[in-house]
Design a protein around this ligand. Structure first.
Ligand code: ARG
Length: 492
């Protein structure tokens, strides 16, 4: 077992397994082990370039770091008798390279700036992944919307049949929400991708370091200026978790609809078998388990966000070990969100919609009653409130046919609508689901012409967002490749 180089000077006595387990962040640190090596490499290159560490020692350390980088962080670095992966990697490094060289890597830094840098690097990759997945999800939604521009469905308020709309309109509502989720995560990215390195414990260091150089090696967009803030801040993580919670709340609403729509009450959609389960006792069952789990994941992500927020709320400046407890919530929240994002496009593109059934339901519940009231306003110049009352009274009588409308009008305004010229044919035309939907052709409306325009606009933004993700991805990998190539030269 490697000696823990961090503890050995100041502290004595072996710790019990329970204490180690309680204190160690090793489990969660598996997520940041690779990032830690990159931070080590960048820090070392900066120290050498600044003349803080000589070329020979730098080369000896770099050889070991690059070997680990190639083969993966060795398992012994993950032993739980180390408090964390930073202590683990440094201890293994010193065991291999010797203390005279390896013991110099931690000049001018602390685990406090180190861990913050690692979290930011890994979170940056997570964000790029999630942004890419959001682009894909939106693409699928737009594709489905395009296919279903003429598929009528009932629109609900209070889960009561309200007005007819199209499936395209409904799916586009989700696409818009996911487009805002993209924007939120994209903005969060700009606050994540900043370097805390050089902050050391919190007060920076007296060595002639170059914070900007370390930041640029790692592909960060800049540094976090105040060094106390650099180690103490976790608002970037809470911000990401909160954006993910909002996104998951939308995903959960969509899942809820897929549950409702696939029920035999509704019968609008059939999900692919691979996303469903059956019952161990009821052989006829096909249950939409995947979307149910996804609906629940929204709760888990919101829980992770709440945990992270509450962990930080009572902490004085600057670093407190409590911060370690926040990080696993971040990775758990990010994983639940990205797994959901990964599955959802397949669920949607494999969903079979029963357009006949949807159309039948679209006209139920007198869903076009508003159009009859609108007809009375437009054609016979009635005040909308009077028209609304007449149609409402007719509905109360159980019908919106001319006879019932006439009776209602007589009660409300003293004369019938037939008297002023209303015909049964006009009422029938107003009650048509197609006519109702097609007439709602304003920007953002359900009419097929309006959804065609909305899809085109959404595609334009999606293309820009897609390019944005690609450029982030290539910018980051270019920075890391360049750094590693330079690191290779230093190791010679
Ligand atoms: N494992 C620690 C964390 O995740 C790393 C920083 C430790 N710093 C300290 N001063 N004990 O926060």
């Amino acid at each position: 077992m490697q000696e823990d180089v961090v503890r050995r000077g100041r502290l004595s006595g072996e710790r019990t397994g329970e204490i180690n387990q309680f204190l160690s962040s090793m489990d969660a640190d598996r997520c940041i082990a690779d990032a830690d090596l990159l931070v080590d490499i960048a820090h070392l290159m900066m120290l050498e370039r600044q003349g803080v560490i000589d070329r020979e020692n730098a080369a000896a350390i770099m050889k070991v770091l690059l070997a680990m980088q190639k083969t993966g962080v060795p398992e012994e670095a993950f032993s739980e008798h180390f408090e964390d992966i930073h202590a683990g990697i440094e201890s293994v490094l010193i065991a291999i390279a010797g203390e005279d060289a390896g013991g110099r890597l931690h000049i001018g830094r602390s685990r406090n700036d180190e861990v913050a840098a690692c979290i930011r690097l890994h979170l940056r990759d997570e964000l790029i992944l999630q942004l890419g997945l959001l682009v894909k999800l939106r693409e699928v939604l737009l594709g489905c919307a395009q296919q279903h521009r003429e598929s009528f469905i009932p629109g609900f308020t209070h889960f009561q049949h309200a007005q007819p709309t199209t499936l395209a309109h409904h799916l586009l509502a989700y696409e818009q929400a996911f487009s805002r989720d993209f924007d939120r995560l994209n903005q969060a990215y700009s606050r994540v991708n900043l370097s805390p390195m050089g902050a050391a414990a919190f007060a920076s260091t007296g060595y002639r370091i170059d914070r900007d150089y370390t930041a640029s090696l790692l592909g960060f967009d800049g540094i976090i200026m105040n060094t106390m803030d650099a180690v103490a801040a976790r608002d970037f993580a809470i911000e990401v978790l909160s954006a993910l919670s909002i996104m998951m709340a939308t995903i959960s609403r969509l899942c809820e609809e897929l549950v409702l729509w696939s029920s035999s009450f509704t019968g609008f959609v059939s999900l692919e078998d691979s996303f469903c389960s059956t019952s161990s006792i009821m052989p006829q069952k096909k249950n939409p388990d995947t979307v149910e789990i996804m609906r629940a994941k929204a709760g888990s992500v919101a829980g992770a966000c709440t945990s992270a927020l509450v962990i930080t709320k009572g902490l004085p400046m600057s670093y407190n070990r409590d911060l370690q407890e926040l990080t696993p919530h971040l990775w758990r929240g990010a994983r639940d969100a990205s797994m959901s994002l990964q599955l959802l496009p397949g669920i949607l593109s494999g969903a079979r919609f029963d357009t006949v059934r949807m159309k039948t339901e679209a006209g139920k519940g007198l869903s076009t009653a508003t159009d009859v009231a609108d007809l009375l306003v437009r054609k016979y110049n009635l005040p909308f409130r009077t028209a609304h009352s007449i149609v409402g009274r007719a509905v109360k009588k159980g019908s919106v046919e001319l006879k019932a409308l006439d009776e209602a009008a007589k009660e409300i305004m003293g004369n019938t609508l037939s008297e002023i010229g209303l015909t049964q044919n006009q009422v029938i035309t107003a009650l048509s689901v197609e006519n109702s939907v097609v007439s709602r052709d304003h920007p953002g409306g359900p009419a097929p012409s309006a959804t065609a325009e909305a899809i085109a606009l959404a595609r334009d933004k999606l293309n820009i967002d897609h390019k944005n993700v690609e450029s982030k991805k290539s910018g980051v990998s270019h920075a890391i490749d360049t750094m590693l190539a330079e690191a290779g030269r230093l190791a010679q």
